[in-house]
Write a protein that binds this ligand. Structure first.
Ligand SMILES: *[C@@H]1O[C@H](CO)[C@@H](O)[C@H](O)[C@H]1NC(C)=O
Ligand SMILES: *[C@@H]1O[C@H](CO)[C@@H](O)[C@H](O)[C@H]1NC(C)=O
Length: 295
């Protein structure tokens, strides 16, 4: 590690080598958990498919199981996480052979699994579990295992009015990233010191809207994880498979051969969903052979 500082440009940031630990550890577990885990129907994209696309099976699921007028926000208090035992999770993750774990600190629904100052009344400390899920899992992982702890974070939020306003202004205004996403990113890095930062959900906005290069320059130069943090490539429209840390390129990306750039085959075990869904059939799960074979 030199003491060179990175400039907030892709040219400078892309020249940073992915820290060596990522090369050596090979295998991690990605956990999608959030309010979408309450209906646990179809996919973690439940809210979008139900309310925005109005897919028939989702509308019917709600009609069959919830009272009229029930809103997605009403799932929040039902996300109680009563069986969440972070020590047990840590032990299971370690026994799986995984060497790192990445938890969805916030998916596109906007609900933060930590007590964010920037997600008023839509976070796991104020609503639902009344626990800081991120803090508890980080503590258990670090106390009991040698696994590296990472966090997924969605830049955009499907229905956040501040984001929708910026989008309707063709992203000429930047109210949402400056008051929500960026403060959250600084907050999770400073509080939980994730060694993977798995960014997602650019909402079709350019990296300049998200100020991704400004944030990454801080992350690599001055943050508490500057020497060890590994990032991915989802930092704004057009950055995937091109800029940032390791490439993810597309969901379930598997080029079938080694690339000159570090990459991750980010894979599901359920063919159709990243989060648990109660309507999964046994045949929807990939077999161990299917999961490990080179396609
Ligand atoms: C860490 O683990 C030890 C032994 O399992 C336990 O006694 C201790 O309470 C744990 N500390 C935290 C912060 O979880
Ligand atoms: C982008 O982030 C950097 C680092 O925090 C900051 O210095 C800069 O002012 C930000 N730029 C904009 C346009 O928000």
């Amino acid at each position: 590690m030199g003491c060179a500082r990175y400039d907030p440009t892709w040219e400078s940031l892309d020249a940073r080598a992915v820290p060596a630990w990522f090369d050596e550890l090979k295998f991690g577990v990605f956990i999608h958990w959030g309010v979408f885990s309450v209906p646990s129907f179809g996919s973690e994209w439940f809210w979008w498919y139900w309310q925005k696309e109005r897919r028939k099976s989702y509308v019917k699921f709600m009609e069959d199981n919830y009272p009229p007028g029930f809103r997605y926000e009403d799932f929040g208090p039902l996300f109680t996480a009563e069986f969440f035992d972070p020590n047990r999770w840590a032990d299971i993750l370690e026994a799986s052979g995984a060497k790192y774990v990445v938890l969805t600190s916030k998916h596109h629904e906007g609900f933060t699994l930590w007590g964010s100052k920037y997600s008023w009344n839509w976070n796991a400390v104020d609503v639902g579990p009344k626990r800081d899920i991120v803090a508890e899992l980080a503590a258990s992982i670090r106390n009991r295992t040698d696994l590296r702890f990472g966090l997924y974070h969605s830049l955009f939020e499907w229905f956040n009015p501040l984001f929708l306003d910026d989008a309707s202004n063709m992203f000429k205004t930047r109210t949402f990233p400056t008051s929500k996403s960026l403060p959250e990113l600084y907050e999770i890095v400073n509080k939980y010191q994730p060694e993977i930062l798995w960014s997602d959900g650019d909402g079709n906005a350019p990296d300049t809207y998200w100020n991704s290069t400004g944030f990454l320059a801080w992350l690599y130069n001055d943050s508490p994880v500057r020497d060890t943090v590994v990032t991915n490539d989802r930092w704004g429209a057009g950055s995937i498979c091109k800029h940032g840390g390791y490439y993810t390129c597309s969901d379930r990306y598997n080029p079938g051969h080694l690339l000159p750039h570090k990459w991750e085959n980010c894979m599901t075990i359920d063919k159709w969903s990243w989060g648990y869904r109660r309507n999964a059939q046994l045949r929807d799960y990939l077999t161990i052979e299917e999961l490990v074979k080179v396609q």
